[in-house]
Each structure stands twice: as C-alpha cells, then as structure tokens.
Design a protein around this ligand. Structure first.
Ligand code: MCU
Length: 406
C-alpha cells in the first residue's frame, strides 16, 4: 500500500509542478486505448484530442494519442494486427547482386515460410549496410543509386482477388481464417517479420534504420498501412493509393455526393478484403468513425512520408487525396518537421506509371531520409482544378494545430 502511495506521489508531483505539460500518462496512470468510442462528426476529427476530449500538448501526449488512434483504426477498419510471434527465423543467400531472404514465422507446429528476392546496388557496402526499399508486388517508382530493393509478395501473405480472398493467405494459415485482420494488416505483419529477421542477419548488409516501403494502387494503400503501424519504417511512399489510402472516407463520400464517380467506403468493402469485415458496419455511417485517414497517415509522423496521386482518374478521388493530406500535414507541423511530409498530385500518365519529371521530388525524399544527403523536401503540390467539387478547408477542419512540446 505504502509503495502505491509513493508511486502516486512520484507520478503526481511533476504534474503538480508543471501544469502546462499535461502528460496523459501522468494524469491517468496509463494510456487508455479502446478499440471503439462513441463519436459522431461530419468533419475530419481533431487528431490532437484524446478520446476523452482533452488536448494533446506534448510529444509524450502524442505517443499515447498515437496508440489510441492505432487501436481505433484496427478496431473499426483494419482488424487486429498481432505482435511478433514466438518463432521468427530466416535464411539468406546471395549470388552477386541478387539475394533471397526466407522468413519462417509463427508458433510451434504452426509456422509459415515466405521468400523475398532482394537486389543490391553495385559498389562498396556502406559501413551501416545498404538502405532498403520494400516494394509491395514489385517496384513501380524509380530509385537513385545506393538503395537495395526487396520485392514483397504481399498477396501471398493476404490474398486480394475479391471477396473470396477473405481470410486466405499465409498469414491466415497461421492466425486462422477467421482472424479479424484485413489483408492489409496481414501484409503489415509480413513486413514486420522481414524487418525482424533483417535486424539479426548481418550477412544481408541492410541498414535496418533506413528501410522504406512503397506500393501502387491497392498496394499503395498497403504501403501506407505499413508505414502507419510499423515504426521501424523510415520512409513511406504510397503511390496512387486512392480511396482507402491517402484519402479520407468523409471527403470521398463528399466527392461522390457532389457528383464525381469516386471509390468510397460503401464500394470498397464490396470489392475486396483490404478492410476488416467489421468495417462493413460503418460504411453507411462514416461520421461515427472517431478518426479518418489524415490520422492514419499521422501515425507515420514524425517519420517521413511522401505520397503521389494521379488526377486523371476520378476513381482515385483527387479532392479527397488533396484534402486528406492537407489535413494530415499539421501533424508533422505540430512536431516541428513539416518537411517530413510531402504530397504530389499530377495527371497525364497512366495509373502506376511514375512521370520522370517528378523524379526530383521523389529523389529529394530518398536523398534526405535514406541516403543522408542534403535535399529540399518542402513538397506539397497539386495540379488538380477542383471544378464542380470545391475543396474548402474550413468545411472540414475546425481545429487548430498545436506546437507539441518536447
Ligand atoms: C486504387 O487502388 C485500387 C482501387 O481501390 C480499386 O477499386 C481498383 O479496382 O483497383 C485499384 C488498383 O489496385 O489498381 C491496380
């Protein structure tokens, strides 16, 4: 008992002494992270409010808020992302500039094994190892010299053909075909296991502090989820992820209601298994979601992210992408690193084709965050002319951006 009172005093003293820095942990003796809460708001929810409505003021507060958002997003739409299982082993082989990484993960008597080809740059291995780009389903963006690429067969981990893919794939062989995880959460689990083994495989010469992830379209949605839930990812590059990716559910609905033919939540849950079955319960009532995808992207902050969108495809919901990332940007601003978040939206190219005139923007992010070079990453641009559907920030964002204290 005495010990508990002593703990109380020790925890309460800093709060009493420093009323300005309201640490949620100190106030509540822990971060409460329910999977759902009562909520209803047509606007984009304030990421800087805790579930109980109190403000997020410091980076310590944010680390709790981040956990709350992660739990809500898994609760409503992503399903449960399981932690590292007890068995995670690997083999690695290399022949010239090509390697192969095999991961075995799971439980005694219940493991799965998957392999990923890796290509290495020419030249001398840096002391810390090569930076690595994990490319969902193969690479669809250019990369500068000096970065290794691992091709991740995410569809083998969680199938994504149509509704018949529910619970199908190597993740579900281990966790059960009724696991709540969506295909995208299953993919995150696989990425995390790849990083687990790379951390203990010096022969692969990968700098595990410099791992990026990318993917296009459905795999862009997946790359965003991976960056959001796996904190060891140093750079996240979703390409043309569209609805369910760097767009917001509320904004895609607005776009659709305004007469554009975009993908919105009601359609996406019919089309594929990127989201949990629980999300079906909310797609006609989006305003009850206590988050939107500006906050999903915000889970990445302060780590860097740049996303690309394509204005030629209405289905990708261009207004929603621009508006959602405009609403996400303040999360990096609040942390004092606005240049760690970029967004580029242009047209005149086919879906998942990367126009070479955008290379300087992409390479700036690679240079600065993977290769340790100087680069200007103040990049936030669109060439979209929002004709019929008007982006009006004050219609969606009724909160202000705090400066989070350190
Ligand atoms: C943009 O990503 C998806 C989109 O959500 C789907 O509706 C469509 O069928 O496929 C796109 C895609 O993955 O294209 C390769």
């Amino acid at each position: 008992m005495a010990f508990r009172w002593l703990s109380f005093l020790l925890l309460a003293l800093p709060v009493l002494a420093l009323p300005q820095t309201s640490s949620k942990e100190a106030q509540s003796f822990g971060c409460s992270t329910p999977a759902n809460i009562p909520f209803n708001d047509d606007k984009l929810p304030d990421p800087f409010l805790f579930n109980d409505g109190t403000p997020v003021r410091s980076l310590t507060d944010w680390s709790c808020r981040r956990q709350q958002l992660a739990s809500l997003i898994q609760g409503y739409e992503a399903g449960t992302l399981p932690p590292k299982p007890p068995i995670v082993t690997s083999t690695f082989s290399q022949n010239g500039l090509t390697g192969n990484l095999t991961v075995t993960a799971g439980f005694p008597g219940n493991t799965t094994t998957f392999s990923s080809p890796v290509t290495f740059p020419n030249g001398t291995v840096p002391t810390e190892g090569w930076p690595l780009l994990i490319a969902y389903s193969g690479l669809s963006i250019p990369i500068p010299d000096g970065i290794a690429v691992l091709t991740y067969d995410n569809s083998a981990i969680g199938e994504q053909n149509d509704q018949t893919s529910r619970g199908v794939g190597q993740f579900f062989d281990v966790y059960g075909h009724n696991a709540t995880a969506s295909a995208m959460s299953a993919w995150v689990w696989g990425v995390s296991r790849i990083i687990d083994v790379l951390e203990v495989t010096p022969a692969a010469h990968v700098n595990t502090a410099k791992i990026a992830v990318t993917g296009c379209s459905r795999d862009g949605k997946g790359a965003l989820m991976a960056g959001a839930f796996e904190e060891r990812i140093a750079l996240t590059i979703p390409q043309e992820s569209g609805s369910g990716g760097d767009t917001c559910w509320r904004l895609s609905k607005f776009e659709q209601d305004s007469g554009d033919v975009v993908q919105q939540a009601t359609e996406i849950v019919q089309e594929n298994v990127w989201f949990s079955t629980n999300f079906d319960n909310f797609v006609f009532n989006i305003s009850v979601l206590p988050y939107d995808h500006h906050s999903l992207a915000g889970l990445i902050a302060p780590r860097p992210m740049i996303s690309y969108e394509n204005t030629d495809f209405e289905w990708l919901s261009p207004l929603s992408g621009f508006g959602c990332m405009t609403a996400a940007h303040p999360i990096w601003e609040a942390m004092g690193v606005p240049d760690n978040h970029g967004f580029v939206q242009v047209g005149n190219h086919s879906h998942c084709e990367f126009p070479s005139d955008l290379n300087p923007t992409l390479f700036a992010f690679f240079d600065k965050f993977l290769l340790g070079k100087e680069a200007n990453t103040t990049i936030f641009e669109t060439n979209e002319v929002f004709n019929g559907t008007v982006w009006n920030p004050s219609q969606w964002i009724n909160w202000t951006t705090p400066t989070l204290s350190h």
